[in-house]
Design a protein around this ligand. Structure first.
Ligand SMILES: [Cu+2]
Length: 115
């Protein structure tokens, strides 16, 4: 599964071997450390992703999500596969667009919760 994911999502960039070494810090966000000031306000969508193994995975997914209009902030927690997105209140991104971004990044969408 991990090899398949690497080929699909990362092309030449392999991530499975160095997974444990690169898991620390980078790409992982402590939600408690994100203070209110840095956090844009708006409806929050949360989705759970299967298949992310290292910071490259998170960066790849983030890149796809950034292409969607209506998402103001993306917080990815590699450990749990949880992705929290603050949406633009005037024009929030749709579930369909998020699901497509996950698809494009080569990961598997578990579920999306949004208001
Ligand atoms: Cu990876």
């Amino acid at each position: 599964m991990i090899i398949l994911h690497s080929v699909l999502a990362l092309g030449l960039v392999g991530c499975n071997e160095q997974q444990s070494a690169s898991m620390q810090g980078q790409g992982q966000v402590d939600l408690a450390a994100v203070n209110d000031e840095a956090m844009p306000t708006g409806p929050v969508a949360t989705m759970w992703i299967k298949g992310m193994a290292c910071p490259f995975c998170a960066t790849n997914l983030e890149g796809q999500l950034e292409k969607i209009e209506g998402i103001k902030k993306i917080i990815i927690d590699l450990g749990t596969g949880k992705v929290v997105m603050v949406l633009d209140p005037t024009m929030p991104a749709t579930k369909e667009a998020m699901a497509k971004a996950v698809d494009n990044s080569g990961f598997t969408l578990d579920r999306i919760e949004m208001p």
